[in-house]
Ligand binder design. Structure first.
Ligand code: NAD
Length: 364
C-alpha cells in the first residue's frame, strides 16, 4: 500500500535541499523500492506570506494524516518582525505539539573521510556512531510556573520549573532501549540525580524500564560527566537517553564532534498508535534555513538526505535501503566530494552535484 509523505521544505535552503530528496524518492519509486505518495505544504515564513500563519490548518491536517513528515528548515530575516505567535518557528513547534513528538533522535556519525574536520583528534572520532535520544515535550522548557517577577526592590526573580511524570520518562527510555536493540545494545541514561528530584525519579523509572531489556547493557551517568566523556572518549557511547534540557546541550556537543552543521540529521517520533503500532514522525536536518547562502545553490544537502534515510529506517522499516543511502553518502565523501561548508578551503561542489552524486552511488 502506498505510504504518504508530506514534504515541508520551508524557507531558505530548505527549498534547495528538499529538491535533492525528491530526486531520491522519484528514483526509489521508479525502481519499485518504495511506494511513496508525495504531498507538499508550506511551513514557516513562506506559510506566513501565503496564509498569515506559520502553518495552515489544511497543512496541519495533511501532517496528521501523513506516515511521515519530511521537513526542511524555517526562518529568515524577512520574518524577524512578524508577531511572536506567527513567527516561522511557531510552525515547527505546532507540528511537534500536535503530532505528539516526544522523542528526538540525534545521531552523531563521524564519516571517516571527514574525521579531520572534527575539533577532536581523528583517532577519537573516526567511526563514531552515537545516538542521543532526547525527551522533547516535557521538562524545564515547558514546566509551570515559568515567570519573571519584579520584587520591587530593584531585583527580579526568574523561575523555570523542571517537571517530569513517570509516564514521560518511561516512554522515552523505552524508545532508547528499543533503538539500542537495533544497534550495539548499550544505553546510558543521563540525569542529575545527585542534585535534582526530577533526576531521582528519572533514574528510578529508567532502571525499572531497563529490567525489561536484560539483553542490553544499561548504565546510569551524571549529565555533567556525560558532557566530559563525550569530548574525552565519545566512542564509549552507543545510545544516550536524557531529558529535554540535558539532551539539548549534549546532542549539540555530540553533533559538533562530527564536523559540520550541514551533515546532521534528526528524527522526532510520537507514541505508537494502539491499533496500528505506527508512530507519527517528523524528519529534519539540525541546521536552520541558512539565509546567508540561500538561493546560491551551494547548501550541503547531506543532513536533509540523511534525515530522509532516518525516515526509511524508523517510519518504514526499510533498513537495507536506509543503509544504502547512508553508504552512498559515505562513498561520495570518500571520493573527495565536498560542499563549501566541509571543503576546508579546498575545491567544492554545489547542492545539485552533491545530491546527484549520492543518487548515482545508490544507482550503482
Ligand atoms: P543556520 O543553521 O541556518 O546557519 C548557521 C551557519 O551554518 C550559516 O553560516 C549557514 O550558512 C551554515 N549552514 C547551515 N546549514 C548549512 C548547510 N546545509 N550547508 C551549508 N552551510 C550550512 O542557523 P542560523 O544562521 O542561526 O539561523 C538562520 C535562520 O534559521 C534563523 O531564522 C533561525 O531562526 C532559523 N533556524 C531554523 C531551524 C529549523 O528550521 N529547525 C533551526 C535553526 C535555526
Amino acid at each position: 500500500m502506498a505510504q504518504k509523505l508530506l514534504l515541508l521544505p520551508g524557507d531558505g535552503i530548505g527549498v534547495e535541499i528538499m529538491k535533492e530528496v525528491e530526486k531520491l524518492i522519484g528514483w526509489m519509486n521508479s525502481q519499485g523500492l518504495t511506494d511513496f505518495t508525495l504531498e507538499r505544504g508550506l511551513v514557516g515564513g513562506c506559510a506566513y506570506d501565503a496564509h498569515g500563519e506559520a502553518i495552515s490548518e489544511d497543512d496541519m491536517k495533511k501532517a496528521l494524516a501523513a506516515d511521515a513528515v519530511i521537513f526542511g528548515a524555517v526562518g529568515g530575516p524577512k520574518w524577524d518582525k512578524v508577531p511572536y505567535d506567527k513567527r516561522p518557528e511557531a510552525g515547527l513547534l505546532r507540528l511537534r505539539k500536535d503530532l505528539g513528538l516526544f522523542a528526538n533522535l540525534r545521531p552523531a556519525i563521524c564519516y571517516p573521510a571527514l574525521a579531520d574536520a572534527s575539533s577532536l583528534k581523528r583517532e577519537l572520532v573516526e567511526g563514531l556512531d552515537i545516538l542521543i535520544v532526547r525527551e522533547l515535550t516535557g521538562g524545564v522548557y515547558f514546566g509551570e510556573p515559568k515567570e519573571i517577577t519584579d520584587l520591587g526592590n530593584g531585583q527580579k526573580r526568574a523561575v523555570d520549573t523542571q517537571v517530569y511524570e513517570t509516564y514521560e520518562i518511561e516512554r522515552i527510555v523505552r524508545v532508547a532501549c528499543d533503538l539500542a536493540r537495533t544497534r550495539k545494545h548499550k544505553v546510558h541514561s543521563a540525569d542529575k540525580k545527585n542534585v535534582m528530584k526530577s533526576g531521582v525519579l528519572w533514574d528510578e523509572v529508567a532502571q525499572r524500564v531497563a529490567k525489561d531489556y536484560p539483553d542490553l547493557e544499561f548504565q546510569h551517568i551524571l549529565a555533567d560527566n556525560a558532557a566530559m566523556q563525550l569530548v574525552r572518549n565519545p566512542k564509549q557511547f552507543d545510545v544516550m537517553v536524557t531529558d529535554n534540557l540535558f539532551g539539548d546541550i549534549l546532542s549539540d556537543a555530540a553533533a559538533m564532534l562530527t564536523g559540520s552543521l550541514g551533515m546532521l540529521p534528526s528524527a522526532s517520533l510520537g507514541a505508537p498508535d494502539t491499533a496500528t503500532g505506527k508512530r507519527k514522525a517528523l524528519y529534519e536536518p539540525v541546521h536552520g534555513s541558512a539565509p546567508d547562502i540561500a538561493g546560491k545553490g551551494i547548501a550541503n544537502p547531506i543532513a536533509m538526505i540523511a534525515s530522509f534515510a532516518m525516515a526509511l529506517r524508523y517510519s518504514f522499516n526499510l533498513v537495507g535501503l536506509a543503509d544504502q543511502v547512508e553508504k552512498a553518502i559515505a562513498d561520495v565523501l570518500a571520493d573527495g566530494l565536498r560542499t563549501g561548508d566541509i571543503a576546508q578551503g579546498g575545491k567544492s561542489v554545489g547542492t545539485e552535484e552533491m545530491g546527484a552524486s549520492i543518487l548515482k552511488k545508490l544507482q550503482a
